[in-house]
Design a protein around this ligand. Structure first.
Ligand SMILES: [Zn+2]
Length: 246
């Protein structure tokens, strides 16, 4: 519950806030809410849907960077509403949330796993179960950020495994991560989950790097059908958490 009480400071510029919100008014005005769902192709006849809370850039990029590289795990509370937004926009109804696994070596280095913290926070917001142990990373991979798309795909091939198939068999699962770029990592995770028997895999991220017509062999599509809210969770809650009560 404590995480819902967002910090009294802006997650991007650290400005003191007079009301409960994730960002100050100036930074919030520069957070570009993502209105699209992205389709990532896994093969000739298989694709998965990926939804983001907002587009990567500006103040949001600063906050996510601080979360990942500057030991600001406390920012998860301020950023999790963006993952909730992604979930509300998604056409899937996941039964289980799975963070994209971090390699143990990197976990030790960083001290925490930001995707797991996000999945846990989203689990509480959406009242969905999550598990950090269903999907595992078998080997460390070089930082994806330094690679081009082709290299990213090769880099993650065989890097993930489903540790407990029974947990995903016949179930809709959602992968949770901070940023979606080319989608190579989540696509590989989705592939092993579908192989393990998951009935559907979707992707929920805080932010999507805008790469029009560039996302693998996937493509972006307008997602008008889901834009008008949801029957099972109030969109207004996500709005208020992100931008502060109106
Ligand atoms: Zn700010």
């Amino acid at each position: 519950m404590g995480e819902l009480l967002s910090p009294a400071r802006c997650a991007a510029c650290d400005e003191r806030l007079s009301k409960r919100a994730s960002f100050c008014a100036v930074c919030a005005s520069q957070v570009e809410i993502d209105e699209r769902a992205v389709t990532l192709g896994l093969g000739p006849s298989t694709s998965i849907e990926a939804c983001a809370g907002a587009l990567y850039g500006g103040p949001l990029a600063l906050a996510i960077h601080a979360l990942k590289y500057r030991r600001r795990s406390d920012l998860v509370g301020a950023l999790a509403p963006l993952a909730l937004r992604a979930l509300l926009r998604s056409s899937s109804r996941p039964e289980l949330l799975l963070p994209v696994p971090l390699h143990r070596g990197r976990l030790v280095e960083r001290g925490y796993d930001q995707a797991a913290l996000l999945a846990a926070a989203l689990s509480r917001h959406a009242r969905l179960p999550w598990s950090p142990s269903v999907l595992e990373r078998r080997r460390a991979t070089p930082q994806q950020a330094k690679l081009d798309r082709q290299a990213r795909r090769a880099n993650v091939l065989g890097a993930f495994a489903v540790a407990r198939s029974r947990a995903v068999e016949g179930r809709q699962v959602a992968l949770v991560d901070d940023v979606l770029t080319t989608g190579a990592t989540v696509s590989e995770c989705a592939r092993v989950l579908l192989d393990a028997g998951a009935s559907r895999v979707s992707v929920l991220v805080l932010a999507r790097a805008e790469l029009p017509d560039e996302l693998g062999h996937g493509r972006a599509r307008e997602d008008g059908a889901r834009a008008s809210g949801s029957l099972w969770a109030p969109q207004a809650v996500a709005n208020d958490l992100l931008l502060g009560p109106r």
